[in-house]
Design a protein around this ligand. Structure first.
Ligand code: NAD
Length: 476
């Protein structure tokens, strides 16, 4: 293999401050009890900034600010005027997209090629899309004259920090709600830059509030009695705890949780394209993707061919500096996540599956895990059942379409699935039987703001994106 010259994106476009406060009522303020934590670059372990930790008094202030903004400004504002703010935010995101993409890669560890070409275009597209709905809610198909719910508490994970923010904030504001959002503790920086964009867009104070902090901040926020709606994306375990804590209250809830998607390859599939889809399905964003195709189900008679081709392709993946434009696989987001990936992978070997990674040199500092596949996996193995949330693929085989469906559905999750075949009739037959919220055919990990996304079973309930995404933010 020939050597590439490094092609790093400049980070000079990002103006990092040494410390950040909370964004409440249109201003950056210090937390009441002065708590803070450090956000680090997972590719180098460099401290990027000191970030405030919101406590109960800060949650109180933020919810009060959101309520006031809802009652006095945002709730009564005509939809066409709310739309103008959302369009303005969307355009500012486009204008500042390079800065946002570099900051996202620094704080999260994802390759700049992905933050620049996938995350940021989708973030802007979500704001543009929902801006278009703001003055047309009565035509969204819910009947009558749908009304906003009030104050939304939104808690998001670290795998797509800015994109998850967009999925949450854009429909909430379009529908006339105000929000208090808590980003994940390891990736707060782009949410704080988004807060600056809200100021730049002259968004009325209190419509968007950003509280940084860890699980305790999230818990205090979702349990606050002044909140009308809770929207959570994250692990199934925390989702369950939230559902329990707000049971019996008037709060509306949507949950987007974990997944263990099957990517199913039939013997008539175009193998080269399927291999690209397998790689995209599990190594995109280091596999930190709730809908990642982490179980490859391949038809037995083509398994050897597919695996040989997959291994050849995996050997071409470039793992390393997230800011390098050649990089395919970046850093694992945190030491804790790396530990979880290692633990589950070691369990895979201990349970008898065969582990393979291409030769690849990993940097000395930071958190890294080589792209890995396990063959000889059975359905009883932990790596086939539990979400790994990392660049690790479990390979199983099947003989008939019915067996593929049975194996694909044999999971407590139900977020997504992929089918690779030449036959349209088989795609429809399979899609009818797969218990997954999203089924991709001859492609994988395709997202669009017009298309609803969400799960079955332990992957959660409610939909984000599309017209359906408005429903969780309206009294219909
Ligand atoms: P996590 O559940 O640990 O944390 C998610 C968020 O919840 C963080 O902001 C965290 O601070 C907060 N939190 C933690 N404990 C809380 C509590 N008791 N109350 C309120 N908030 C609390 O998940 P994670 O490790 O950050 O993210 C990975 C998980 O997210 C994976 O399981 C993945 O599948 C899932 N995910 C799902 C989707 C989807 O759309 N279905 C999208 C992205 C990620």
């Amino acid at each position: 293999m020939f050597e590439y010259a490094p092609a790093p994106e400049s980070r000079s476009v990002v103006d990092l401050k040494p410390s950040y406060g909370l964004f409440i009522d249109g201003k950056f303020v210090d937390p009441a009890d002065g708590g803070s934590s450090k956000s680090i670059n997972p590719a180098s372990e460099e401290v990027l900034a000191e970030v405030a930790e919101a406590g109960t008094p800060d949650v109180e202030r933020a919810v009060r600010a959101a309520r006031k903004a809802y009652d006095k400004v945002w709730g009564p504002m005509p939809g066409r005027d709310r739309a103008k703010y959302l369009y303005r935010i969307a355009r500012l995101i486009q204008e500042r997209s390079r800065e946002l993409a570099v900051l996202e890669s620094l704080d999260n560890g994802k390759p700049i090629r992905e933050s620049r070409d996938v995350d940021l275009p989708l973030v802007a597209a979500h704001f543009f899309y929902y801006a278009g709905w703001a003055d047309k809610l009565e035509h969204a198909g819910f009947g009558g004259n749908p009304q906003p719910i009030g104050v939304a508490a939104q808690v998001i994970p670290w795998n797509f920090p800015l994109l998850m923010l967009a999925w949450k904030i854009a429909p909430a504001l379009a529908a006339g709600n105000t929000v208090v959002l808590k980003p994940a503790e390891t990736t707060p920086l782009t949410a704080l830059l988004f807060a600056e964009i809200c100021q730049q867009a002259d968004l009325p104070a209190g419509v968007v509030n950003i509280l940084t902090g860890a699980g305790d901040t999230g818990r205090a926020l979702v349990e606050h009695p002044g909140v009308d709606k809770v929207a959570f994306t994250g692990s199934t375990e925390v989702g369950r705890a939230i559902a329990r804590s707000i049971a019996g209250t008037r709060k509306k809830l949507t949950l987007e949780l974990g997944g263990k998607a099957a990517n199913i390859v039939f013997d008539d599939a175009p193998i080269d394209q399927a291999v690209e889809g397998i790689v995209n399905g599990i190594f995109f964003n280091q596999g930190h993707v709730c809908c990642a195709g982490s179980r490859l189900l391949v038809q037995e008679n083509v398994a050897d061919r597919v695996l040989e081709s997959l291994k050849r392709r995996m050997a071409q993946l470039r793992v390393g500096d997230p800011l390098d434009k050649n990089t395919d696989v970046g850093a694992i987001n945190s030491a804790a996540q790396l530990e979880r990936i290692r633990e589950l992978s070691d369990a895979g070997s201990a349970e008898g599956a065969e582990r393979w990674s291409p030769p690849c040199e990993l940097p000395d500092r930071g958190f890294w895990f080589a792209p890995t596949i396990f063959t000889g996996v059975t359905q009883a193995h932990r790596i086939a059942r539990e979400e790994i949330f990392g660049p690790v693929l479990s390979v199983l085989t099947f003989r008939t379409p019915a067996e593929a469906v049975e194996k694909a559905n044999n999971t407590p999750y139900g977020l997504s699935a992929g089918i690779w075949t030449d036959k349209g009739s088989r795609i429809l037959w399979m899609a009818d039987r797969l218990r997954a919220g999203v089924v991709w055919a001859n492609t994988f990990n395709k997202f669009d703001p017009t298309s609803p996304f969400g799960g079955y079973k332990e992957s959660g309930y409610g939909r984000e994106g599309g017209r359906h995404g408005l429903e969780g933010y309206l009294n219909v």
